[in-house]
Design a protein around this ligand. Structure first.
Ligand SMILES: Cc1ncc(C[n+]2csc(CCO)c2C)c(N)n1
Length: 227
């Protein structure tokens, strides 16, 4: 069993609430309201900028070239993901100017700064465990949603699902699972494992809050279109 599988098992409820959120179920069915997806896209752009900083921090916290290279590879994947975002946003009529001008929502700040703090106050293993729900969770979600694309030729979220179900993100998730195992090899006591479960569960809850934020922003706009 990998350390990731053990973490997922120990934080089962929080993990399920994240990967099985209404956002994902409605995206799979193609019934996720466009306004919700657009709110998500804008915040996710701002989120990715902070996550790039977290991977830069992982480079800094690395004590071996191998760990550095692993962090660098993921940083490159994020840079590619940003391109997907700008392209997707354009298709959804969200200009780069809109992305730049939108302030970060509290849920975006809470999640990204939590991860950065795990890395700043902890070691490389703490940081990679805080990053795990993001990298490994999205790959799991991509695999789960991929069959929906075969069922609907004109699926509205085809590009997003295709990206995360694609080889690049699946490989990044596999590498992240192996990397956590490698980092944990040295001294994974029961107490240390419990600490890591705390980090993993918290990051999973912050991912679920991120999906929920998109519904909340869309709802606020509906009630106050000028706001
Ligand atoms: C809220 C949120 N969580 C996770 C991801 C996915 N993601 C962000 S960085 C990264 C690492 C590169 O593999 C991955 C997979 C996202 N876009 N937005």
């Amino acid at each position: 069993m990998t350390v990731f599988e053990r973490l997922k098992e120990a934080a089962r409820e929080d993990w399920t609430r994240y990967v099985d959120h209404a956002f994902i179920r409605r995206m799979e069915a193609g019934t996720l309201p466009e306004a919700v997806f657009r709110a998500y896209l804008v915040q996710d752009y701002l989120f990715l900028i902070q996550f790039a900083r977290a991977y830069a921090l992982a480079v800094y916290k690395s004590r071996s070239l191998e760990d550095m290279r692993t962090a660098q590879t993921t940083l490159n994947v994020i840079m590619d993901e940003m391109k997907l975002h700008v392209r997707l946003c354009e298709r959804w009529n969200l200009s780069p100017a809109t992305l730049e001008a939108t302030p970060e929502h509290q849920a975006t700040v809470a999640y990204t700064r939590y991860v950065l703090d795990c890395g700043l106050s902890g070691d490389l293993l703490d940081l990679h465990v805080a990053l795990a729900p993001c990298v490994i969770g999205y790959a799991e979600i991509g695999r789960r949603l991929a069959p929906a694309l075969d069922a609907a030729a004109d699926h509205p979220y085809r590009e997003w699902i295709g990206e995360y179900a694609g080889a690049c993100f699946q490989e990044a998730a596999g590498a992240a699972i192996a990397h956590i195992d490698r980092l944990a090899e040295r001294a994974l006591t029961a107490r240390r494992f419990d600490e890591l479960v705390g980090i993993f569960a918290k990051a999973s809850r912050l991912e679920a809050d991120f999906w929920q934020m998109a519904f909340d922003i869309a709802e606020e706009r509906r009630n106050d279109p000028a706001g």
